[in-house]
Ligand binder design. Structure first.
Ligand SMILES: *Cc1c(COP(=O)(O)O)cnc(C)c1O
Length: 562
């Protein structure tokens, strides 16, 4: 391990997935993109992290859509040797009573301003292991419950052992979601009281000490979304790694609930938006859950045409995105419109190349892209095809869609098929395209190239959402249900527009159509200065706040230093 990385104490940041670069498919969606932006910001701000994740050599999957609009999953393997350096260190964890050996890879993330951050990708594909164990770190979110638990043992327990074996000195641990919560158990063993200090009947575990070391960011606002394992399975796989009564006290009586374990072993706990923190407090009464609202990395998500404008008129914005509040005063409308036109034309060209469909540059394009899963409600915009056609007959709209469904999420896959059926129903009236294989690159092209960014989740399921923040850096206003970050980011008619009132019972489709027909499209087509004011509002009042530099400075001041 290069000395520069072990010379100073670091925050150990644990995450199941991470979007390091488009060529490394070790992420499935927002959680991984957030992890990547976390490390990118840490690099720019010189906040020393050591990130621990899995090699996921088989990748997530490559999405192909057939004629009927059905998703097919194709392998998306990557070769760690191409981007990373192999680590010599080996550690072992006990799984089902046998030793599973873990090696790893060092990826060095280089920031925009010269900062360097070590990222360790754990890998069990070693000759020492049996064929099944060699596959344990291959498939991101693959396999069954038992496979998932084993992966979480490798990440949480193996990860702590690996960073210690590599010589890192750790100031604090940070769990990006509950997947890595088993690290708390490893720390309980590491910091256990020596047996000679114990009275009969005492447990050796110093829970307060471990809590002092751990920070937990929860991302899941509903009970069903949390990882849980039956204790029967836990006993088979993990053995007697920790006293069962203590484990049950920390992780739940009936099942091992990874969120509860993380809550009980972390002194600092936060949700990823203010509304999400409130929901989490209701879900887990008695815990102090704070809020650090997510953000996106300024440079990574800003189209080069906008980055050049900001560089010229607001130098330093990459380090201090707060400077973007000055956009109203420092940037000419023309220049903003031209930068947007360039990004839009590039998206139109890319769509033509990928799908053969030609969209018109002088007509409004709406974008919607995210993981395809039921709560994101990808079909909401299409719930009344007649109404949508009638709106588009007055003022034209064009729609660009993208998103992957998890291979076992049948509802998400059905939604992709349904979207394709809607495309056919709307043919001749509203051009709709679906870009296959949504990833960081397609996301960057879409959030900068469309005119309106749409989000229609079912409240309160959207813990934060981040793609609307990416749009804001490119002056693209957000039209979204009032959930996640938008519940605090929306200033009506200034940074974008709200849909519904943020309650699950609301008729969000009708609200969406009304808003489009009466407010958004008239402004776009009939009042260019008014539209540009909202574009500037998005940059000045959303991007300046909802970025990962602000987020990481908050983690540094509120969580890591305490
Ligand atoms: C930003 C991003 C996401 C997360 O977007 P949400 O708005 O949180 O749904 C998911 N996937 C990719 C590829 C992204 O770039």
């Amino acid at each position: 391990m290069p000395r520069e990385f072990i010379l100073i104490e670091r925050i150990a940041y644990f995450t199941m997935e991470i979007a390091l670069r488009p060529d490394i498919p070790t992420y499935s969606g927002g959680l991984g993109v957030l992890a990547g932006d976390t490390v990118r910001s840490a690099a720019d701000l010189d906040i020393p992290l050591v990130t621990v994740s899995l090699a996921s050599r088989a990748g997530y999957f490559r999405q192909r859509i057939d004629e009927a609009g059905r998703q097919h999953e194709e392998p998306d393997p990557w070769d760690p040797a191409r981007w990373t350096k192999p680590l010599q260190a080996r550690v072992a964890v006990s799984i089902e009573g046998r030793n599973v050996w873990i090696g790893g890879w060092l990826y060095v993330l280089e920031g925009r301003m010269g900062g360097r951050q070590p990222v360790i990708l754990l890998d069990t594909d070693l000759a020492e292991n049996n064929p099944d164990d060699r596959q344990l770190t291959h498939h991101l979110y693959g396999g069954d419950e038992s496979y998932r638990l084993k992966q979480e043992i490798v990440l949480g327990i193996g990860g702590v052992r690996m960073i210690h074996a590599l010589g890192f000195r750790i100031h604090q641990y940070h769990l990006n979601e509950g997947h890595a919560a088993l690290l708390g158990l490893e720390l309980l063993n590491v910091y256990a009281y020596p047996s000679e200090d114990l009275r009969p009947g005492d447990t050796p575990y110093d829970i307060p000490r471990v809590r002092e070391l751990c920070n937990f960011t929860t991302h899941t606002p509903v009970e069903a979304g949390h990882d849980k394992f039956d204790y029967g399975l836990v006993r088979n796989v993990l053995g007697d790694f920790i006293d069962l009564p203590v484990l049950k006290q920390l992780a739940g009586e009936d099942q091992l609930n990874m969120t509860r374990l993380a809550l009980n072993t972390s002194e600092y706990v936060n949700g990823v938006a203010k509304r999400h923190a409130e929901t989490s407090r209701q879900l887990f009464p008695g815990y102090r859950v704070r809020a650090i609202t997510n953000g996106v990395h300024p440079y990574a998500w800003t189209h080069p045409a906008f980055a050049r404008l900001y560089d010229r008129h607001l130098p330093g914005w990459c380090h201090e995105p707060e400077l973007l509040v000055r956009v109203d005063c420092c940037l000419a409308d023309d220049a903003i419109w031209q930068a947007h036109a360039q990004a839009k034309q590039e998206l139109i060209d890319q769509i033509k190349a990928l799908t053969g469909v030609g969209l018109a540059a002088d007509r409004c394009i709406m974008g919607f892209a995210r993981r395809m899963t039921a709560y994101k409600r990808p079909e909401l915009l299409f719930s009344d095809i007649g109404r949508l056609k009638a709106i588009a007959a007055q003022r034209p709209i064009q729609i660009v869609l993208a998103g992957k469904a998890h291979p076992r999420d049948q509802a998400g896959k059905n939604a992709i098929e349904a979207l394709h059926a809607h495309m056919r129903e709307l043919a001749g009236a509203v051009p709709v395209v679906f870009l296959p294989n949504y990833d960081m690159e397609i996301a960057a092209a879409m959030v900068s190239g469309v005119d309106i960014w749409l989000n229609t989740p079912l409240p309160p399921w959207e813990a934060s959402g981040t793609s609307g923040m990416k749009a804001a850096f490119n002056g693209v206003p957000h039209l979204s249900v009032l959930d996640g970050w938008w519940a605090e980011g929306r200033i009506e008619g200034v940074t974008g527009w709200g849909v519904g009132n943020g309650e699950a019972s609301q008729d969000d489709a009708a609200s969406l159509y009304d808003k489009l027909e009466r407010v958004v499209l008239p402004l776009y087509y009939d009042d260019r200065p008014g539209w540009l004011a909202v574009m500037k509002g998005a940059i000045a009042k959303s991007a300046s706040i909802f970025n990962s530099h602000r987020m990481m400075r908050r983690y540094a001041s509120d969580a890591y230093v305490r």
